[in-house]
Structure formats: C-alpha cells, structure tokens
Design a binder for this molecule. Structure first.
Ligand SMILES: C[S@@+](CC[C@H](N)C(=O)[O-])C[C@H]1O[C@@H](n2cnc3c(N)ncnc32)[C@H](O)[C@@H]1O
Length: 285
C-alpha cells in the first residue's frame, strides 16, 4: 500500500521510523508503541538513507543528529499539546498534517478535547489500515484534505470544528516542503479559523539550512525522493506575528528543548551561517 503514497506523503513513514527507533532506546524521550506498525515497508529504508547521508560510516558526522532532533521535537510537542489540552477552555486540537502521528492513541487526553487529524486521503487511509482496531483515547476525527487546496476548511467544519472556540494547531514536519507563498496562505487560513487565545506550534528551518554545504547530503536525499526542502526563515517570530500570533522560537539544545539529548552547541541567533531548527509556538492575539 505504501506504493500509493507520493514522495511527500511517504515522509510520514520516515517520521514513524524515527519514532519506532526512539521507542526502542533505553533512554527514550517518549514511547510510541504504534510507530513500528506505522512505518510500512518503506519507513526503515528512508531512515537508512537519511542516516547514511548524515552519519556516513567512513567519515565524521556532517550534521547535528536527525534522530536526536526528531526525538526532541516529538517530546517537546507532546508536552506542548498536553499543556494546552489541560486548559478546560481549550477544546480543539488540530494536527495539520497528522501523518503517522499516534498521539491520539498513545497519550491521555481530557474528555473536553475534540481532536482533528488532517492529511491527504492516501495517508489517512494507510494509517487506518495499519492501526486496525486500535482505539484512540480522545474524540479523534480524521479529515482527508490537501492543505494547499481551496476550500479544505469546509471539510474541517463539516467534521465538527468550531472556529468560534479556541483551538491548538500543530504544523509539524510540513513547512519546509511548502513554497513561501503556500506557507503565508496556510498561516492566514489557520489564523482565520482560530479564535483569540488559540495556540499554534510548528517546526521550521532557517535559511542557511537550505544552502550550507554541510546540508547538501541531507538536502539531496529529500530532493532525490521528490520532496525537496524549499522554505526556511531566519525570523519565524515575525512570520507568525504577520498572521496575528505572539510567537516565540525555541531551538533544540536550548534549556526548554534539550532533554539532555542535544549534543551540539546552539550558536547565538545573530550567527547566520549555521543550520538551525526552530520550534515556533505562539498564541493568537
Ligand atoms: C514528515 S510528515 C509529518 C507528519 C506528522 N506531523 C509527524 O510529525 O509525524 C509530512 C506530512 O505532510 C503531509 N503533507 C504534505 N503536504 C501536504 C498537503 N499539501 N496537504 C496535506 N498534507 C500534506 C504528508 O502527507 C505527510 O503526512
């Protein structure tokens, strides 16, 4: 069935493979018992290609570690979503996109949460097939849409989303694949669906991450697969502010997002020629 997924859809299997590998570690930052089910045949192969590009067996590593980065991202955003959901006024969570994310199944959620998973139809169909009889621990609603299409909001509203109520949106593992114009349009549309007090979180890379020579190996892998990284920003706070969010950007390795797993120094923000990843989070004004 994974042959039915296009290149960017298949990256959901890569992320599942990273989560399966993390869950097998003794010092894991989280446990995702569903990840191994969700990798398909392709996920481990994709992960092997990423590892070969960033940790060549015969040379020193060229980049901060993708597995460590991904472990920290998952844990940071687990904690973020759980804190948001603990607020009784926060009744809606939207994963855009959801991919093979199993938070609806592996985490506990308060009863007041309505939990929407958006992704392309083929991805959600693959996920349903793999998860079989597994029971979500929350009122989960799958919404099959393309987030760059016109009118996807209608499908979300039809699934029971209420734009008058606060919501928390998670844009995880998506924005580097979208051209800048699509990012701006998506953020404008999410903001239009988000009542004041709503929250948002996303991960982004900086501009240098798209051009640095030491990134070439990793960038070439994604380009070869047919889903190149095309967008990055040095000013994620300003990007989200343009759409009405008071936002903050945290980098893996900083105290709020280290968990003892980030081995590399975090250069100060004014240093331009380094690769950065940002966990951006903000609140709708
Ligand atoms: C790297 S995965 C991340 C999925 C999930 N957030 C996670 O962290 O596991 C990227 C996902 O983006 C989805 N995606 C990419 N472009 C999309 C679009 N235009 N509309 C809906 N989903 C999209 C893919 O189908 C894939 O599931």
């Amino acid at each position: 069935m994974t042959e039915l997924l296009n290149p960017v859809e298949r990256t959901a299997l890569l992320t599942a493979a990273l989560r399966a590998a993390e869950s097998a570690r003794e010092d894991r930052l989280y446990d995702d018992p569903y990840a191994a089910l969700l990798v398909g045949e392709t996920g481990p192969e994709l992960l092997a290609e990423v590892r070969a590009a960033t940790f060549p067996p015969d040379r020193p590593k060229t980049l901060p570690s993708t597995p460590d980065y991904n472990a920290i991202r998952t844990r940071f955003l687990d904690d973020y979503l759980q804190r948001a959901a603990a607020d009784e006024g926060m009744t809606q969570i939207v994963l855009a996109p959801a991919g093979m994310d199993s938070r609806a199944y592996r985490l506990d959620w308060p009863a007041h949460i309505r939990y929407f998973e958006l992704d392309r139809p083929a991805v959600l169909a693959f996920k349903e097939d793999r998860l079989g009889e597994a029971e979500p621990r929350v009122d989960r609603r799958a919404v099959a849409v393309d987030l760059t299409d016109d009118h996807w909001e209608e499908s979300l509203l039809a699934a029971g989303y209420d734009p008058a109520l606060p919501s928390t949106w998670l844009l995880e593992g998506l924005l580097y694949y979208l051209p800048e114009a699509d990012i701006e349009r998506l953020l404008a549309r999410v903001a239009a669906l988000s009542a004041p007090g709503s929250r948002i979180a996303a991960d982004m890379v900086n501009e240098a991450a798209l051009t640095l020579p030491q990134m070439k190996g990793l960038l070439d892998v994604f380009a070869r697969w047919g889903c190149p990284w095309v967008s990055g920003t040095d000013e994620p706070e300003a990007l989200f502010a343009r759409h009405g969010y008071a936002a903050e950007a945290v980098q893996p390795g900083e105290p709020q997002a280290s968990y003892g797993r980030w081995p590399d120094p975090v250069p100060e923000r004014h240093v331009k020629d380094v690769r950065r990843v940002f966990f951006v989070h903000g609140q709708r004004r």
